[in-house]
Design a protein around this ligand. Structure first.
Ligand SMILES: Cc1cc2nc3c(=O)[nH]c(=O)nc-3n(C[C@H](O)[C@H](O)[C@H](O)COP(=O)(O)OP(=O)(O)OC[C@H]3O[C@@H](n4cnc5c(N)ncnc54)[C@H](O)[C@@H]3O)c2cc1C
Length: 318
């Protein structure tokens, strides 16, 4: 069977690995320059790196624990700490060289094509035609598939299959992240992360050196969702300067070397769909992602795993 997976985040890569291991021919398409989706790492001017989407992950299920054990054994992942304000005994894991490297490791042995922005999935007899237009980053094209697994956030997947099948409406909270490279370590105490409950601007700040992702000082700050909603359309320059002011207490006396701001439109799904994936069109379209498995990396993994099981089952019964 020929399977196309749209999205090279945790859900799509998990699904693709398992479908490929089941003996099927899999291609993964992603619109990003690098795989990873919301598992993203950016290089900043001056040489520092910073995770700008997901910061760490937890493990609550045996299925995910088994995979994480392999990543720990080969050094892709390390335990960062067991809580930020106090030790609660539950490990927080970080990708040793940044979240994007974890995604890159999951791509090994897979046919993953980056900078491919799919714009439609259309029926072609009993198969699907998945197509994308030419962009400055690459030529247009199309692939036929027996089954398509779609892992973008639900509104983005819904747009790709509009008029073919309908998906439930789903809300996501946005988030704005600020990455700041510094000439000295920030004022973020051990273990190097703060999850804020009552700060007026921030939900998170992380020290990428303490996490082990950067050799040079760099912090990642995430706004609260309500702040992202209220300030979404503001001019970049104005917003960046305002956010830098709000970040000042944690930057200490360090000099700023570089700043990068990113708006995450679909940062966190609100609630989880009751199923871990959704099969439509007689099981030939499968929808997955963190809206199905839970709003975190482990949730995306569980959803990708469920999508692969659905595809393998469809392959056995077709
Ligand atoms: C700022 C932020 C902080 C977070 N912090 C944490 C954290 O600390 N711990 C945690 O566990 N989780 C965290 N999360 C959530 C976690 O990142 C996600 O739950 C998880 O990565 C989602 O994986 P996914 O595969 O479902 O989706 P995604 O990672 O979004 O993957 C979907 C992929 O689809 C691709 N795509 C979309 N449309 C198209 C198209 N038309 N054509 C081709 N490709 C397309 C996208 O480029 C993307 O790569 C955070 C998220 C954000 C944004």
């Amino acid at each position: 069977m020929r399977v196309v997976v749209i999205g090279a985040g945790m859900a799509g890569l998990t699904a693709a690995r398992l479908i490929g291991a089941g003996g099927h021919d899999v291609t993964v398409l992603d619109k990003g320059r690098r795989p990873g989706g919301r598992m993203a790492t950016r290089q900043l001017d001056g040489g520092a790196s910073a995770d700008h989407g997901a910061q760490f992950f937890t493990v609550r299920t045996e299925e995910f624990a088994a995979v994480v054990a392999g990543w720990l054994a080969d050094g892709t992942v390390r335990e960062w700490c067991r809580g930020f304000s106090s030790d609660d005994g539950h490990p927080r894991f970080a990708a040793a060289h940044g979240m994007a490297e974890l995604a890159a490791r999951m791509c090994v042995g897979l046919d993953v094509r980056a900078s491919v922005h799919v714009d439609s999935v259309r029926s072609a007899g009993r198969r699907w035609m998945v197509s994308w237009p030419a962009t400055p980053r690459g030529p247009g094209g199309a692939i036929e598939a027996d089954i398509v697994v779609l892992t973008p956030p639900i509104p983005q997947s819904a747009a790709l299959v509009a008029g073919v099948v309908a998906l439930p409406e789903w809300n996501y909270e946005p988030m704005i992240s600020l990455l700041v490279a510094l000439d000295d370590r920030p004022a973020v105490s051990h273990p190097g992360g703060i999850q804020f409950d009552d700060d007026p601007t921030w939900s998170w700040i992380g020290d990428n050196v303490a996490k082990g992702v950067s050799a040079l000082p760099a912090v990642t700050l995430h706004t609260r969702a309500d702040v992202a909603v209220a300030r979404w359309d503001e001019d970049d320059e104005v917003l960046r300067e305002d956010l830098l002011l709000a970040a000042a207490p944690w930057l200490g006396a360090a000099k700023i070397i570089d700043v990068h701001m990113h708006r995450w439109r679909y940062a966190t799904p609100v609630g989880s769909h009751p199923a871990r994936c959704l099969s439509k069109a007689d099981g030939r379209l499968v929808f997955a992602g963190d809206a199905f498995g839970g709003p975190r990396i482990e949730g995306a993994f569980l959803s990708g795993r469920a999508a692969a099981a659905a595809v393998l089952h469809a392959g056995e019964t077709s």
